[in-house]
Design a protein around this ligand. Structure first.
Ligand code: UD1
Ligand code: UDP
Length: 397
């Protein structure tokens, strides 16, 4: 395996001035920015000899779903904006695949870094793998064991294609092992999304979101919901009814994802009694999370952030690919049961506070990613490039 990497990376690092020193980071959707920002920053600081190229597929494109994060998180302006936009899974993934293949063929990078589990992640991994470029996957090994979730398919496939599976929870190693992924491809680094939180937490004092929304700290329920199985069908109406009931005793603030907003556009009365606002930027959202009485969500990232912040979290799903947020953290699965929402004020009154933060969720995960990536890339570059080599697609990553 190491030999194969050495061949691929060594060839790339030794094959010419334009192609040998480039590393590509691919982002596309809101959670990607939060996971990738600290990695890009760490890698740029630690490896000035590499050319660091940021590619944004454009899966998310509204200013409040994309642009705002670049400024707040200190992500550099993307070098490539691919304008993929919305569409069915096939259309969105195919567009991203086609455009990423063009970029990667042109750049011939020594590695491609991809975060999480969105369609852009799969497209990037597929494009890179077909070109024989080693892939580093941030947040590898998470499994909901529910293949009706598009993200689960993306996770399974991206991990199979990745040379470096960077994990943040012990169960991820077991999941990858069961799928035949060799231990040497799996690296426990911790949680890069928490790096961003740790880094930006001191800046939330600058947020005026509580004042702007007239919210009293520790006296509101924060809500984010966007999974298709919840918001694209009849359950959404029941959710809104249950939230209206909660709002009679506890203010409910709901920064609404555009998918959810689109569904509710047909029924404006459904949001009565709730504070529904547009998605907010990272700093405002972090401030809302930190000072919420509790959070109702179906977001993956929000389950993790509330665990770190020790804020009670209620997840409106049947399962989670992040069980550590239940065993160690503040997360409670409600199932796909909108009626369960009405129990939240009661649970909040009695919620236990003996929670721990998972190992490696410490603000230093990106440094560990850079340790591994740079050591491997530099070691490969130091080895002599082989005289002949084919891009064997059937070889292990
Ligand atoms: C995607 C990810 C999901 C992730 C979520 C984070 C996949 C399969 N899903 O879901 O895993 O949790 O992002 O937020 O990749 N829209 C806009 N403006 C935008 C973006 C989207 O209006 O900037 C609307 C469009 O109507 C679009 C819909 O939202 O059709 C869904 O967007 P899409 O990126 O396809 O999926 P998400 O639901 O955002
Ligand atoms: N987030 C944000 N503004 C919002 C909602 C969420 O900045 O209005 C952040 C949140 O803090 C977390 C990330 O977006 O860092 C989670 O993204 P999302 O819920 O869209 O995706 P998921 O994690 O479910 O894939």
């Amino acid at each position: 395996m190491r030999e194969l990497l050495a061949k691929r990376v060594g060839r790339r690092l030794a094959s010419g001035p334009s192609s040998n020193t480039t590393i590509v980071y691919v982002v596309g959707a809101r959670p990607n920015f939060v996971k990738m920002a600290p990695v890009v920053s760490e890698m740029r600081a630690r490896a000035p000899e590499l050319r660091h190229v940021l590619v944004h597929t454009g899966q998310h494109y509204d200013a409040e779903m994309s642009e705002i994060f670049f400024g707040e998180l200190g992500l550099p302006k993307p070098d490539y904006l691919l304008g993929v936009g919305s569409g069915t899974h096939g259309v969105q993934t195919a567009r991203a695949l086609e455009r990423l293949e063009g970029v990667l063929s042109e750049l011939q990078p020594c590695a491609v870094v991809v975060p999480g589990d969105v369609n852009s992640t799969l497209a990037a991994a597929l494009a890179a793998a077909k070109l024989g470029i080693p892939i580093a996957h941030l947040e590898a090994g998470l499994r909901s064991f529910d293949r009706s979730m598009p993200e689960e398919l993306n996770r399974l496939l991206v991990d199979q294609l990745s040379r470096w599976c960077f994990i943040h929870s012990p169960e991820a190693a077991a999941n990858l092992g069961r799928e035949g992924i060799a231990d040497e491809r799996v690296q426990f680094v911790g949680n890069t999304m928490i790096d961003t939180l740790v880094r930006l937490r001191p800046r939330i004092g600058a947020s005026s979101v509580h004042r702007d929304l007239a919210l009293e700290r520790r006296r509101y329920l924060l809500v984010t919901l966007h999974r298709p199985m919840l918001v694209d069908g009849p359950l959404l109406e029941q959710v809104m009814g249950a939230l209206a009931e909660v709002a009679r005793e506890l203010p409910v603030v709901f920064p609404m994802h555009p998918r959810t907003r689109t569904r509710l556009a047909r029924d404006p009365a459904a949001v009565r009694g709730l504070q529904v606002v547009h998605p907010v930027g990272y700093l405002d959202f972090l401030a809302l999370e930190m000072f919420a009485s509790g959070v109702l969500t179906d977001s993956g990232g929000v389950q993790e952030e509330t665990t770190f912040l020790r804020v009670p979290c209620f997840t409106l799903r049947e399962n989670t690919e992040r069980p550590i947020t239940i065993t160690h953290g503040s997360n409670r699965l409600l199932g796909l049961q909108p009626q369960a929402i009405t129990g939240i004020p009661g649970w909040l009154a009695s919620s236990p506070t003996t929670l721990s933060v998972p190992h490696g969720w410490d603000g230093k995960a990106s440094a560990r990613v850079a340790d591994v990536l740079l050591a491997d890339l530099r070691a490969a570059a130091d080895r002599p490039a082989p005289a002949t080599e084919s891009l064997a697609l059937d070889a292990a990553p």
